[in-house]
Write a protein that binds this ligand. Structure first.
Ligand code: FES
Length: 279
């Protein structure tokens, strides 16, 4: 049984689910994900584990209503409901170590997968700088949680409605002018991760990106999550989701992510408004 204990809308079209699933909570590590198959008619969707409590046997998932399946989960599932299948933990745990000064950069709900990784960096003795970006204030989540684990935490919005006005890369540029950063983690939209990578490459800073590729089985068999890293084919579900960002072919990833957009648009009924491309 995978029972939803709590559900809350924490930002525009964004829901936090607390799910009792003791085996996954016991085994998971920061950076790993689960695949949800919420009922017989639903497709399988990957969701990164945003938090976990081994004692309570719970995990936290942040789900944004951006497609047909996420819409179904966000609006038809409530506290007390059971999720038919929840497979995991899947994927490789995030790389860990005492690196020194680390910057973690997230866009939109990318802050959810960043949070447990950043918390572990901090526990291992790193100096952690967080940068979270969103289009506007209404799309920001978990800034209080990031504040609680980061040595410095920056918020940036495109319209200036919260934090500084601009992009996460503006803040990164500023930090790199005066700080000796040795490690960068980025999770968010592909264009954002690509831009972060271009900047850190110039500075020679080790950088990892957690890739949100299309996934079906999550076990390395379907090939849906193929990504190109250092000219070689890798599977984001079992080789990743974290990869050396300087070696990732982001243009290829962007192209593959758009493959099902027209079908999703038809099912979701967004009529080309591209809600399902919002990330
Ligand atoms: S999701 Fe099928 S191979 Fe990765």
């Amino acid at each position: 049984m995978n029972i939803i204990l709590k559900k809350a809308e924490i930002a525009k079209n964004t829901f936090e689910f607390l799910i009792r699933t003791p085996y996954v909570a016991q085994k998971c590590e920061p950076g790993q994900f689960v695949i949800l198959h919420v009922d017989e008619n639903a497709e399988r969707v990957p969701m990164t584990i945003a938090d976990f409590d081994r004692v309570a046997g719970t995990i936290t998932l942040i789900i944004q209503d951006i497609g047909s399946t996420s819409h179904h989960i966000c609006h038809d599932f409530n506290e007390g409901d059971n999720i038919l299948d929840l497979a995991g933990p899947l994927g490789q745990p995030a790389q860990m170590g005492n690196f020194g000064k680390v910057v973690v950069i997230s866009g939109g709900i990318g802050v959810a997968p960043v949070f447990p990784i950043a918390r572990k960096y901090k526990q291992l003795g790193n100096y952690v700088i967080g940068i979270t970006g969103a289009k506007s204030k209404e799309f920001l989540i978990w800034q209080d949680k990031m504040q609680s684990i980061c040595d410095e935490n920056f918020t940036v919005t495109e319209d200036g409605s919260a934090g500084e006005k601009g992009l996460v890369t503006d803040i990164l540029d500023e930090i790199l002018q005066h700080d000796k950063v040795v490690y960068v983690l980025t999770i968010g939209s592909v264009p954002m991760m690509k831009k972060v990578t271009e900047i850190t490459k110039k500075h020679g800073i080790r950088t990892v990106a957690s890739l949100n590729a299309i996934m079906l089985d999550g076990l390395g068999m379907c090939g849906g999550c193929r990504v190109t890293v250092d000219g070689k084919t890798k599977f984001a579900c079992c080789d990743g989701p974290e990869f050396d960002a300087h070696l990732v072919d982001f243009d290829n990833l962007l192209m593959r992510q758009g493959m099902y957009h027209s079908q999703e648009s038809e099912v979701y009924g967004c009529g080309g408004q591209c809600k399902c491309q919002a990330q």
